[in-house]
Ligand binder design. Structure first.
Ligand code: 13P
Length: 335
């Protein structure tokens, strides 16, 4: 495995490959399992993630890296193999979610600040030792007619930049994820408002990254797309693609090697179509790929349904969606 930050970052967004976000917190994976009536236990979480990581076709051909929750980084498969070794054996890179979650922000009602900086340097050393070569930190920006506030945008950008600097010092590539929510309350915002807030958020994030002396060549940006709120959705695929590219060109320096989107509550097909449209119609200074959680896993979770007999079906569903996302990362996906 390469060890230079730039090389790891380039490998994470290499031709037609992208990231599997399998780092749902214990509370979030419980919500996902509830949809198939499965109890979330250490074993069921392990079984589910082992199924995904052993999907050979997806992992070898389309998935450059996997974002893990801390529990998974240290977990063993049924046969005793470490799950990180399964990832590495497939030629993919293990990564780790390191933030401690978005918490209510004092003095800023209805907004959050992501916590987890205290003791992070020590945790990163442990994660590196365990095989992680990249990390993720998610800042959450709520959007409405009156939100976000400048205070919340600035504080979240600053925390992302502090985190990114610590990662690079530990030999770990930071995924910098400032998510402008599409499905937060009230969730009925226009695409104009999304464009305005996304541009503001990304500009502030790169100001803070510069202030904290983060090396742009050794990071990956994980943004949300410019899209109308979940309760207002009607912008076309072309419009989402055009506006997202416009904002990224205005705010993301070309020294950043890659941008890997989150899916954020878009349907599986929407997330695939939007990524493909962006790559098909533009000559871009960075690689543009996926770092999807729900949009990569939804079909696999439904096909598996918590049953050992369905492992093959779950893996086929995952490999299929990973292949479609890979085509989208090359701009050649067709409905
Ligand atoms: P979704 O693609 O489900 O939004 O998850 C990606 C992610 O990592 C959010 O932090």
């Amino acid at each position: 495995m390469t060890e230079k930050l730039e090389d790891i970052a380039v490998a994470m967004v290499a031709n037609g490959r992208g990231l599997l976000a399998a780092d749902e917190s214990t509370a979030t994976i419980k919500k996902r399992f509830d949809t198939i009536g499965l109890e979330s236990t250490e074993t069921s979480r392990r079984d589910y993630r082992e199924m995904l990581l052993r999907a050979e076709k997806a992992m070898r051909k389309y998935i450059s890296g996997v974002i893990l929750y801390e529990e998974t980084l240290f977990q063993h498969a049924v046969d005793g193999t470490q799950l990180v070794d399964i990832i590495r054996a497939a030629g993919s890179i293990p990564g780790i979610k390191v933030d401690a979650g978005a918490k209510p922000m004092t003095n800023f009602p209805a907004e959050t600040i992501t916590e987890g900086l205290d003791g992070l340097a020590q945790r990163l050393a442990r994660y590196h030792e365990a095989g992680a070569r990249f990390a993720k930190w998610r800042g959450v920006i709520s959007i409405s007619d009156t939100l976000p506030t400048a205070g919340a945008v600035r504080a979240n950008a600053h925390a992302l930049a502090r985190y990114a600097a610590l990662c690079q010092d530990a030999g770990i590539v930071p995924i910098v994820e400032p998510e402008v929510l599409m499905d937060g309350a009230p969730g009925d915002h226009s695409i104009d408002r999304s464009e305005q807030v996304t541009e503001w958020t990304l500009r502030t994030t790169f100001e803070e990254l510069a202030a904290m002396r983060v090396k742009l060549e050794g990071m990956i940006l994980k943004p949300s797309m410019v899209i109308d709120g979940k309760k207002a959705r009607n912008a076309s695929v072309a419009e989402v693609a055009e506006r997202t590219i416009r904002v990224l060109k205005r705010t993301v320096p070309s020294a950043v090697p890659g941008i890997a989107f989150l899916s954020g509550g878009q349907s599986t097909e929407e997330a695939t179509a939007h990524l493909s449209a962006m790559n098909a119609s533009h000559d871009l200074p960075w690689k543009l790929t996926f770092s999807y959680g729900r949009a990569l896993q939804q079909e696999a979770l439904n096909a598996w349904h918590g049953k050992a007999d369905n492992i093959g079906a779950g893996q086929r569903a995952f490999s299929h969606r990973a292949e479609m996302c890979s085509l989208a990362a090359k701009g050649t996906w067709k409905k």
